[in-house]
Design a protein around this ligand. Structure first.
Ligand SMILES: *Cc1c(COP(=O)(O)O)cnc(C)c1O
Length: 360
C-alpha cells in the first residue's frame, strides 16, 4: 500500500483504454468524424486528464454542457474546437466569443441573443423527438431567414432511443432530421451520440458526439461491450469480524447471518458515490473471488460477506474491487437499478485517483 494508504479507496482511470475507445468508435464511423463529450468533468473521470488524452488520440472537437465547463476546457485545450450544448444564455455572448466557444443555439431566443455575434461560429440544435432543447420543426422551417448572416458550423439533433436499435423512433428521428436540416445552411450535420454510432452509417453524418462509451460504458446494452474498461474502483478492508445468527449487519438490520459467517467492512460508502441502492445487491471481488455486498451501504462504510475467503487474503488494507475487470460499470449500474452514466458521474471526491496510460 505504502503511498496509497491515506484515502479509503482508490480510483484508477486508464487513459490508454480511453484513447483506445476513441479509436474503436472512430473505426465505426468510416468518413465521419468523432467529437468527445467531456461534460460533467468528463463524466466524473477528470476533464483535464481525459481531454488531454483524447486530444492526443486525435480528437479535435469537444462538447461540454455549460459555459463554465467550456471556459475550464479552454484553459486545458487552447486550440480545440469547443461546443457548448446549453448554448447562449442572456448576457453570456461576450464570454463565449472571448473564449472562442461555439454555442449550440437551442431556441429562437438564443438565435436573437447571438445576433450581435452572428459572424462567430455557432451550432444549431433542432428537436426531432426529445422535447428538451432545440428548435421545433415549425421553427426550423422559418429559421433560414432568421439565420441570414450567421456562421452555423453544425446542425445537430439528439436521439431518444438509440440504445434500442429496433425502436422505430430512431428511423422517425432520422427522417425528420434529414427533412429539417434542409432548411438550415450549415457546414456539418451531427445526430449520433455513443449508441447512435452503432445504428449504422445512416446515422453518422459528418460528426458523432460520443461521451459515455469513451469511458467504457456499453453503447449497445444487451450485446457484448466493444469498449475497453476505463474505470477501476477499489476500497480497503478496514476490519473483518465473525458473526453468527441471530446477528444482523448494518442499518435497518437488513441482512442476517444465517450461519457462522465472516463480514469485512470496507472504507467506502454512498458519500463516495457507491450508491445506497447497491445495498444487498452488488458483487465485489477480492482478486477473482466474487463476494456479495450484504447489509446497507452507509455513508462511509460498506459490508461484504467474505466467509469463503481465506483470512490470508483479508488483511487490513487489502483492496477489494467494487468496479473492475470482473464487475464493470454496466454491471454495477444494473445492480444499483440505474445506468452507467449515473455510476460514473457520481464517483466521489475522497478517492485516491490514479491515472495510468499505455506509455507508463
Ligand atoms: C451528453 C450528450 C451526448 C453524449 O451522449 P453519450 O450517450 O454519453 O455518448 C451527445 N449529445 C448530446 C446532446 C448530449 O447531451
Amino acid at each position: 500500500m505504502g503511498e496509497m494508504s491515506k484515502a479509503g479507496a482508490v480510483l484508477t482511470i486508464d487513459l490508454g483504454a480511453l484513447a483506445r475507445n476513441y479509436q474503436i468508435l472512430k473505426n465505426q464511423l468510416g468518413s465521419g468524424d468523432l467529437a468527445a463529450v467531456v461534460k460533467a468533468n468528463a463524466y466524473g473521470l477528470g476533464v483535464k486528464e481525459a481531454a488531454q488524452a483524447l486530444k492526443k488520440a486525435g480528437c479535435e472537437s469537444f462538447f461540454v454542457a455549460t459555459l463554465e465547463e467550456g471556459i475550464e476546457l479552454r484553459g486545458i485545450l487552447p486550440d480545440a474546437s469547443i461546443h457548448i450544448f446549453h448554448g447562449v444564455l442572456p448576457g453570456t455572448a461576450d464570454d463565449l466569443v472571448a473564449y472562442q466557444l461555439i454555442p449550440i443555439l437551442n431556441s429562437i431566443d438564443q438565435i436573437e441573443e447571438w445576433q450581435g455575434q452572428a459572424e462567430h461560429l455557432a451550432g444549431l440544435h433542432i428537436d426531432t423527438g426529445m422535447s428538451r432543447l432545440g428548435l421545433t420543426p415549425a421553427e426550423c422551417e422559418s429559421a433560414g431567414d432568421r439565420l441570414k448572416g450567421f456562421n452555423i458550423n453544425l446542425v445537430m439533433s439528439h436521439l431518444a432511443c438509440a440504445d434500442e436499435p429496433a425502436n422505430p423512433k430512431n428511423q422517425e428521428q432520422l427522417a425528420l432530421f434529414n427533412k429539417l436540416r434542409s432548411f438550415i445552411s450549415a457546414d456539418q450535420a451531427s445526430l449520433a451520440a455513443s449508441s447512435g454510432v452503432y445504428l449504422g452509417p445512416d446515422f453518422h453524418f459528418d460528426l458523432s458526439r460520443a461521451g459515455v462509451s469513451l469511458y467504457g460504458v456499453n453503447p449497445m446494452p444487451g450485446r457484448s461491450n466493444p469498449m475497453a474498461q476505463v474505470v477501476r474502483l477499489q476500497a480497503k478492508i478496514l476490519q473483518v469480524r465473525s458473526v453468527d445468527t441471530p446477528q444482523t449487519v448494518g442499518y435497518g438490520a437488513t441482512h442476517q447471518a444465517a450461519k457462522p459467517a465472516k463480514i469485512a467492512t470496507l472504507s467506502i460508502g454512498y458519500a463516495d458515490g457507491y450508491l445506497r441502492s447497491l445495498s444487498n445487491s452488488a458483487t465485489a471481488y477480492i482478486g477473482d473471488d466474487e463476494v456479495p455486498v450484504v447489509g446497507r451501504v452507509s455513508m462511509d462504510l460498506t459490508t461484504i460477506d467474505v466467509t469463503d475467503i481465506p483470512d490470508t487474503n483479508l488483511a487490513t488494507g487489502t483492496l477489494v474491487d467494487l468496479i473492475g475487470p470482473n464487475n464493470p460499470v454496466d454491471q454495477v449500474a444494473s445492480q444499483a437499478g440505474t445506468i452507467g452514466y449515473e455510476i460514473l458521474t457520481r464517483l466521489g471526491q475522497r478517492f485516491e485517483r490514479h491515472y495510468i496510460s499505455d506509455e507508463a
